[in-house]
Write a protein that binds this ligand. Structure first.
Ligand code: MG
Length: 256
């Protein structure tokens, strides 16, 4: 059976767990860093509040990594991966509100496969890169598109609080080039693609990144979004679904 690792709150305590069916096996420590062992306790999955399954030290994201999204943006195909950082302060978990900031008139969803690093990675060749991955989860690289276009660079427009939903859990052992990815807004399909279409593969991304920046356990890589990005407004319900993982669901709320 596929393993699913969660971080959750229950009775005002934040713990990590491994989900089997409808039950969460309670773990000590953090499975991402390899320090977790079962406590022997368990709790029903429906009783807990799921949180973002990882607390990243840093989040790297790549832009323009699907040809159809490059076409819809009217941009050129990059010759090297276009990387930027999202701040860890942007992370929210499943079920939490994406806040639509007052500074933007055009906030958009971007469904993405997220890679969670499990072992320190520095100068790792692509052939060895997937051995440094703990597992995979769903991400929404929420973007204030009007601010991005005005800025000429992506980081600020993607850095707002709540602009990095992650979850609902981390699944190890998947082939990151063999996953269907989809996004719906209020049940209407907006994005549907497949990770075999990534221009720079997960292994190549890790090799490229770690030639410059050391990745540590818990760091996250967002792998880019396919075509179909579009506006979300307060009241909308956004669902990112990836085959083999599950569905990350968030509602949009108004800004401060
Ligand atoms: Mg993106």
């Amino acid at each position: 059976m596929t393993e699913r690792f969660v971080r959750y709150e229950y009775l005002e305590q934040v713990r990590y767990g491994r989900v089997t069916g409808a039950v969460v096996e309670v773990l000590t420590g953090d499975p991402v860093s390899g320090s977790a062992t079962p406590t022997g306790e368990s709790v029903a999955l429906r009783e807990v509040t799921l949180l973002a399954p990882v607390v990243p030290g840093k989040i790297l994201a790549v832009g323009r990594n699907y040809a159809d999204h490059i076409a819809e943006m009217g941009m050129g195909t990059p010759t090297v991966p276009r990387l930027f950082f999202k701040p860890p302060s942007a992370v929210i978990g499943p079920g939490e509100l994406i806040r639509h900031p007052v500074q933007s008139q055009q906030v958009e969803h971007e469904a993405e496969l997220a890679v969670v690093i499990g072992r320190t990675a520095r100068d790792v060749p692509a052939a060895d890169a997937l051995s440094r991955v703990f597992g995979y989860t769903c991400a929404n690289d929420v973007t204030a598109r009007d601010i991005q276009r005005a800025d000429g660079q992506p980081s600020w427009a993607k850095a707002f609080d709540t602009f990095c939903p992650l979850g609902p859990w981390i699944v190890p052992g998947l082939d990151p080039a063999a996953l269907e990815i989809m996004c719906t807004v209020n049940g209407q399909e907006r994005q549907r693609s497949h990770t075999s279409l990534l221009l720079t593969s997960v292994a190549e991304l890790i090799a490229h990144i770690t030639a410059a920046v050391t990745l540590e356990p818990g760091d996250v890589i967002l792998t880019g979004t396919p075509a179909g990005v579009g506006a979300i407004v307060p009241g909308d319900e956004v669902a990112v679904t990836i085959s083999g993982i599950g569905t990350l669901l968030n509602r949009v709320g108004s800004g401060q």
